[in-house]
Design a protein around this ligand. Structure first.
Ligand code: NAI
Length: 452
């Protein structure tokens, strides 16, 4: 009998298990694949490893812009993938060690909730049964595979890949078609473009980057178009053949010949086959319904991470896991989604937090939108020959509070947490004025844009 059984060992599950154990709970964590989940094994970390190699290669290719001669730069994709494997292995091992140190019992296998008895919830793993007073469901998400004719067959044949298979491919294709111009699509398009593969992104909306601030995604698209990436926006994929993708663009059919397809059209919560129906956990559009404490409709059951479909990001999952455990411990806490930052690790990087020009219009908020070129920053100018990055700050006119910050340019991913704190703490421009920003840094541009 455990105080808590955690289903799934991704960022939500392993962080919550560690935190609960450190707070005195007896914890069992069940994971069917590898600890670390999608983030460590087939998402955030592997892609960042690949993108860093691409960045070094890009630096080498453009070194003459900075007065450095460099010849013979080459990328060895198989070696990049091999290094990715080592980075992942080290981090997965680290999660295992962390859980062991905290006293969490880890079981490898598929967990299925069997029911609820007088002692608590029963969870089956193969022939074994475990009982827990509380349950935390953190089973994550999987790549969505829409019913496009030929797509499933393409996946089975290896011609079509999801985020899982693409990261283990040891040879480079000649031409890749990326279906979906969202976060995964753009990051992988960036890698393949850098290493010399022809890239076509097919996106059904009229813009890339989904809900990301249009001012920054438009700049991102221009950057990649200059480098040769083709964007087919407003295009409907109608079928996948054995060496082509068919779409409809402006009402006209079009066939794109390619030797690899990446399917990156969003993710679906993993709610099937884990016995949620045996205890009556409510789902909506395939995701578990949760409140701001991550409670489900069933007393004693919480759900954190991608499985609740609210914000499919690893850093959201960490925080949700912690909020759920605090609720179990009777500590007052709540999840706030508006101040969760998001990053697209392209080159230049995109980082955002809070309201966008689109959401303020939808909500009828009267706001000032202040935009400043990153070239205002001495460091940015020194390090980015021909750079066109911007910082956009959204400030509400009624209270002069920082509602949103959107960046495209170097270090954006590392700068955004400061902006997220401004949004979370509902800081006013006058509050930010009292902060001293280090000089010379790119982050000074946030300050300057705000007071512009
Ligand atoms: P996404 O939701 O970001 O983008 C999917 C895109 O595919 C959308 O723009 C959508 O309009 C388009 N689409 C859907 N069906 C289509 C079709 N039939 N034809 C053409 N386009 C179609 O999903 P994505 O990129 O798969 O990423 C999944 C999740 O992983 C996201 O929630 C994302 O936040 C997360 N993620 C986060 C990263 C980060 O924080 N840097 C990196 C990678 C993924």
């Amino acid at each position: 009998m455990y105080d808590l059984i955690v289903l799934g060992g991704g960022p939500a599950g392993y962080n919550a298990a560690d935190y609960a154990a450190k707070n005195g709970m007896s914890v069992l964590l069940i994971e069917e694949r590898a600890l670390g989940g999608v983030c460590l094994n087939e998402g955030c970390i592997p892609t960042k490893t690949l993108l860093y190699s691409a960045k070094i290669y890009d630096y080498a290719k453009h070194s003459s812009d900075y007065g450095v001669s460099f010849t013979g730069a080459a990328i060895d994709h198989a070696k990049v993938i091999e290094r990715k494997g080592r980075v992942v292995k080290k981090l997965v091992g680290g999660v295992g060690a962390k859980l062991k140190h905290a006293g969490v019992k880890v079981v490898n296998g598929h967990a299925e909730i069997a029911g609820r008895g007088a002692d608590g919830f029963t969870v089956k793993v193969g022939g074994d049964e475990y009982t827990g007073a509380k349950l935390l469901v953190c089973t994550g998400s999987s790549a969505a595979v829409p019913p496009i004719p030929g797509l499933r067959e393409g996946l089975a044949a290896g011609f079509v890949k999801t985020n899982r298979e693409i990261l283990d491919m040891t040879t480079l294709p000649r031409h890749i078609v990326v279906i979906g111009g969202g976060v995964i699509g753009l990051e992988m398009a960036s890698y393949f473009n850098s290493v010399g593969v022809e890239v076509t992104v097919v996106e059904m909306l009229d813009h890339i980057g989904g809900p990301t601030e249009p001012a920054v995604t438009e700049i991102l698209q221009k950057n990649y178009e200059k480098r040769g990436v083709k964007f087919m926006l407003g295009a409907k994929v109608t079928g996948v053949g054995s060496s082509s993708v068919s779409c409809e663009l402006d009402g006209k059919p079009l066939e794109i010949t390619c030797d690899c397809v990446l399917c990156a059209v969003g993710r679906r919560a993993n709610t099937a086959g884990i016995g949620l129906e045996n205890i009556g956990v409510l789902t909506e559009r395939g995701a578990i319904v949760t409140d701001d404490q991550l409670k489900t409709n069933v007393a004693g059951v919480w759900a954190a991470g991608d499985v609740n479909g609210k914000s499919m990001l690893a850093h959201t999952a960490y925080r949700e896991g912690e909020v759920a455990v605090n609720d179990m411990l009777g500590k007052k806490d709540a999840m706030r989604y508006i101040s969760v930052p998001s990053v697209i690790y392209t080159n230049p990087e995109v980082a955002s937090v809070g309201e966008t020009t689109v959401t303020i219009k939808q909500k009828g908020i009267d706001a000032d939108v202040r935009v400043l070129t990153m070239n205002y920053s001495g460091r940015y100018l020194a390090e980015n020959e021909g750079g066109d990055g911007i910082a956009e700050i959204i400030i509400d006119k009624a209270h002069n509070r920082v509602l949103g910050v959107h960046l495209i340019g170097s270090y954006a991913s590392e700068m955004i947490y400061g902006a997220a704190m401004m949004v979370e703490k509902e800081m006013r421009v006058a509050d930010v004025r009292k902060f001293v920003f280090p000089h010379p840094t790119v982050c000074e541009v946030i300050r300057e844009a705000m007071f512009d």
